[in-house]
Design a binder for this molecule. Structure first.
Ligand SMILES: CC(C)(COP(=O)(O)OP(=O)(O)OC[C@H]1O[C@@H](n2cnc3c(N)ncnc32)[C@H](O)[C@@H]1OP(=O)(O)O)[C@@H](O)C(=O)NCCC(=O)NCCS
Length: 168
């Protein structure tokens, strides 16, 4: 049996292309048929290696999950952006490449991002998920997130409901 080691660590600029690949595959898998094709294609095009390289250099907090030396997931997090919510921290994005979903990597990345926010002195945590993204909704509910608020995100004139999950 082959044993694959799993490592969760901070992203470095050299990881930009690998993160862009995970982003592309996981967003295509999660949002095809939910976000209109044209809007999704435009979002993916904007987020190439250069975008990720800038994000990592600008000190956006980015964690990666590495399995057997390959980047298979990422999370970005920082200060909560919605003033009406009391939680100070937010996980902006948490994505696992499609072929690596369902084996516990998302839960590990979530825990690592939550710990890092705590170490930065931010209390409480919010994550937004599109209501139509059933996998994400099940995932955050399973992690004990409380569904506290709703919002709307508009993509090419299609309005999609989003849900805020919080942890204190
Ligand atoms: C949602 C996501 C981050 C979860 O990560 P993951 O590594 O697949 O999840 P885990 O293996 O840690 O699973 C934890 C729990 O979540 C649930 N879950 C995860 N993905 C699910 C899915 N697609 N459908 C239903 N339940 C799911 C499982 O019930 C699992 O519980 P269990 O351990 O009791 O079986 C990952 O599947 C993903 O990137 N999905 C596509 C993109 C996405 O939706 N990201 C979140 C955007 S806000």
């Amino acid at each position: 049996m082959k044993t694959q080691t799993i490592d969760i660590r901070r992203a470095e600029p050299k990881d930009a292309a690998a993160i862009a690949d995970v982003h592309n595959a996981s967003w295509s898998g999660a949002y095809a048929g939910i976000i209109p094709h044209k809007a999704l294609t435009a979002m993916l095009a904007r987020r190439g290696p250069q975008w990720w390289s800038n994000a990592i250099r600008r000190a956006t907090s980015v964690l990666v999950a590495e399995m057997g030396g390959q980047i298979v997931g990422y999370a970005t997090f920082g200060r909560n952006r919605v003033r009406e919510l009391a939680q100070q921290g937010e996980i902006y994005e948490l994505y696992i490449a499609p072929e690596y979903q369902g084996v516990g990597l998302g839960s590990r990345l979530f825990a690592a991002a939550r710990d890092a926010l705590g170490r930065h002195g931010l209390e409480g945590l919010v994550v937004w998920a599109l209501e139509d993204n059933g996998g994400a909704v099940t995932f955050y509910e399973g992690l004990g997130g409380r569904d506290v608020a709703e919002g709307v995100e508009v993509f090419d004139a299609k309005a999609l409901k989003k849900i805020a999950y919080t942890w204190n």
